[in-house]
Design a protein around this ligand. Structure first.
Ligand SMILES: [Zn+2]
Ligand SMILES: [Zn+2]
Length: 199
């Protein structure tokens, strides 16, 4: 078009109703000095129509859009930026879900502190009562403070408190949920019946 004397080129899209295409040439275009513009189908049709009804020559003003001056910008956006944003979004939602799941699995410090505490006394140990902590496997020492869970299993206070608040809210021995309401609780289908504890 430049060789034939054109001062500018308007490329009309014969197929798409609307939308823009960023034009670029695969080869060397350094010797091209005339500007060119892309027109969507509707604009192309309007221009064609005007050129037929107007007798005098039309002047078309081509305006440069600063944002789309680099033709590869949108391609790079699609290739690099979009997947990165998607990955960040997936990672954040995964983190949030992990944290929420972790919070549901552990007991609150408040709930643990409300559990019974007793002192281990050698002379008062019953026949079926444990004499060692099932978490650290150490024998209880006379006078040591033990935490008694609703299921009646006991452990060192510091051992079981750490387990309940950071690992699982279940008894390490019988797997009973320590946050389960013991009285007047609604038992759902398939759930283990809660242990009733009389004061
Ligand atoms: Zn222990
Ligand atoms: Zn238990």
């Amino acid at each position: 078009m430049q060789e034939s004397g054109a001062i500018a080129v308007a490329v009309g899209d014969p197929e798409h109703q609307s939308g823009w295409i960023t034009m670029y040439a695969p080869g060397d275009t350094s010797d091209i000095v005339i500007p060119s513009i892309f027109l969507a189908k509707s604009e192309y049709r309007a221009l064609l129509y005007l050129s037929k009804i107007v007798d005098t020559p039309m002047m078309i003003l081509l305006q440069l859009d600063d944002f789309i001056t680099w033709p590869l910008l949108d391609i790079l956006m699609i290739i690099f930026v979009s997947p990165s944003i998607m990955m960040i979004f997936i990672y954040i939602s995964w983190q949030v879900r992990q944290r929420r799941r972790k919070q549901q699995e552990v007991a609150s410090v408040d709930a643990v502190s409300r559990l019974l505490v007793k002192q281990f006394l050698t002379e008062k140990v019953g026949e079926n009562e444990a004499e060692e902590c099932a978490i650290c496997l150490e024998d209880y020492v006379n006078g040591e403070e033990l935490r008694v869970l609703p299921c009646k299993h006991d452990f060192h206070t510091f051992c079981v408190d750490a387990w309940l608040t950071t690992q699982k809210k279940f008894c390490p021995i019988c797997k009973r949920d320590i946050t389960f309401k013991t009285k007047g609780a609604h038992i759902q289908h398939g759930q283990e019946a809660p242990l009733l504890i009389e004061p």
